[in-house]
Design a protein around this ligand. Structure first.
Ligand code: IPE
Ligand code: IPE
Ligand code: MG
Length: 246
């Protein structure tokens, strides 16, 4: 049986988030420079994006560049920024053809002007698409996101716009970069590392975590299906007992 046929279309995760890791190791295995791995990684981005939309996933969030990734060698950072620009230019058609809306989260002001210009252009051109929202986490760090949220809320408290007693999960959610997104249902990390690396700490409170040894450039449609099948075989109890759910 095809893996795809094992997926229950009526029980899809509403929001899948992926920590795309292992580009450097993949390149090293081929005896190539790290940049080659990043480039091949864009192929997986396209395949996973298209197959998610085709399945009926409503929200896909990809961790593309973390706040900590700014500390990589200057040349690698430059390569990644250039790749981002060329991918945005190239993939606008993929997004339009598949009716996908592009969104971005992170400290976007930290991005080079050329990147933000291209990013805003694609976001604007795809803003009425409604089959799936593809969110790129760029210069994203969960702690940075929380700092920004706390600052914004503090200003509002100071100016009597919000009273401290009114601060609840909803208010906090509304001040995160992800304010327009639902909680994450399934978090996938490739390359065998089993850590969160400052990604969506608040939003994964009840996500199912899925780790695979597959390196990101090798991650295919079937690997995505496998993760979803695995997710669908789990019981999400949200603190309740199993008996309460049935
Ligand atoms: C993920 O691959 C891409 C980014 C973090 C930008 P890596 O570049 O982290 O690859 P490894 O972990 O060194 O193999
Ligand atoms: C996490 O990968 C960030 C992205 C995938 C963009 P890293 O490769 O930077 O994570 P660590 O530093 O090994 O945890
Ligand atoms: Mg890595």
């Amino acid at each position: 049986m095809d893996l795809r046929d094992k997926i229950h279309i009526d029980r899809l995760p509403n929001h899948i988030a992926i920590i795309m890791d292992g580009n450097g190791r993949w390149a090293k295995q081929q005896g190539k420079l790290r940049a080659f791995g990043h480039e091949r990684g864009t192929k997986s981005v396209r395949e996973v994006t298209e197959s998610s939309a085709e399945l009926g996933i409503k929200n896909l969030t990809l961790y593309a560049f973390s706040t900590e990734n700014w500390n990589r060698p200057k040349l690698e950072v430059q390569t990644l920024m250039k790749l981002l620009i060329s991918s945005l230019k190239k993939e606008i058609n993929t997004l339009q053809d598949n009716n996908i809306k592009l969104n971005a989260i992170g400290d976007l002001n930290a991005l080079p002007t050329k990147v933000s210009r291209e990013l805003n252009d694609v976001i604007d051109k795809t803003k009425t698409n409604d089959r799936m929202t593809l969110t790129l986490a760029l210069s994203y760090g969960s702690r940075d996101e929380i700092i920004h949220a706390v600052r914004d809320i503090s200003h509002k408290v100071k100016n009597n716009i919000i009273s401290p007693e009114k601060i609840d999960e909803y208010i906090i959610n509304q001040h995160l970069y992800t304010r327009n997104l639902p909680d994450v249902d399934l978090l996938i990390r490739t390359s065998g590392e089993q850590r969160i690396s400052n990604f969506l700490l608040w939003q994964i409170a009840y996500a199912e975590l899925y780790f695979t040894d597959v390196l990101w450039p090798d991650f295919s449609k079937d690997d995505l299906y496998e993760a979803i099948v695995n997710y669908q075989n789990r019981e999400r109890r949200f603190g309740k007992t199993s008996e309460q759910l049935s």
